[in-house]
Design a protein around this ligand. Structure first.
Ligand code: PGA
Length: 259
């Protein structure tokens, strides 16, 4: 199964409009023509519109970092899937561990968001991952299994194949501590086995699973070369043109070799 690799940049709460424009211009200048790897940038809400205007006619895709599950309504401060579609968003990150930790997001809410965005034709990047404490007590797989099962409850296999899952061990996010390629591959393979149990073999082999957590130019290759790792969700290293581009190049080189 040759799944197309994805490199998605999660800009988090960084970059005012001017800076976002500079960053995305730098990215498209270098990799804006690449078609063999999917490149996604996820700026903060305030920069979605200006970034969308710059990436038009390039192969770079736009993603948001969060979404509400209702189409519209009295939900002060929230942004709906139709609003994201209106801004030409193709992707949205759902259930990032920072949202789970600081904003009380639950698996149930993640599941509602996944369904809502698929209904609007937007691809959810659904994040799962264990904390350090959970790993140390041997509960990593159990935690990830629960998050995957709850997040995908009620979806058909056709819908699940559109979802991108991001395995992001919480202890590796923004810490400089990356999962070893072995640890990451082991969990990705485990996630495929969950998909196989919940749905079927083709869903397990077609669904793309990204790794996230301190990906850098120096470790991207050894992670992306793993058979069950289909690219990365990159935080800190996506804020700089050079480092993001070299991570994209790592994914592209591997994609080409696998052809
Ligand atoms: P990081 O963040 O690359 O800075 O560790 C990844 C993420 O939070 O998606």
């Amino acid at each position: 199964m040759n799944r197309k690799k994805i490199v998605a940049g999660n800009w988090k709460m960084y970059k005012v409009i001017r800076e976002a424009i500079d960053l995305v211009r730098g990215i498209i200048k270098r990799v804006g023509e690449y078609r063999d790897v999917e490149i996604v940038v996820c700026p903060p809400f305030t920069a979605l519109k200006p970034v969308s205007e710059i990436i038009v006619d390039t192969s770079v895709r736009l993603g948001a970092q969060n979404v509400h599950w209702e189409r519209e309504g009295a939900f002060t401060g929230e942004i709906s899937p139709i609003m994201l579609r209106d801004l030409s968003c193709s992707y949205v990150i759902v259930g990032h561990s920072e949202r789970r930790t600081y904003f009380g997001e639950t698996d149930k809410g993640v599941n509602s968001k996944v369904k809502a965005v698929l209904n609007e034709g937007i691809i959810p990047i659904m994040c799962v991952g264990e904390t350090l404490q959970e790993r140390e007590v041997g509960k990593a797989q159990e935690v990830v299994r629960t998050q995957v099962q709850n997040g995908l409850t009620g979806l058909s296999s056709t819908e699940v194949k559109k979802v991108v899952i991001a395995y992001e061990p919480v202890w590796a996010i923004g810490t400089g501590k990356t999962a070893t390629p072995f640890q990451a591959e082991e969990m990705h393979r485990f996630i495929r086995s969950i998909l196989s149990d919940m749905f079927d073999g083709s869903t397990a082999s077609e669904t793309r699973i990204l790794y996230g957590g301190s990906i850098k130019p120096s470790n991207a290759r050894e992670l992306f070369v793993q058979p069950d790792i289909d690219g990365g969700l990159v935080g800190g290293a996506s804020l700089d043109v050079e480092s993001f581009v070299s991570i994209v190049e790592a994914a592209r080189n591997i994609q080409e070799k696998n052809r």
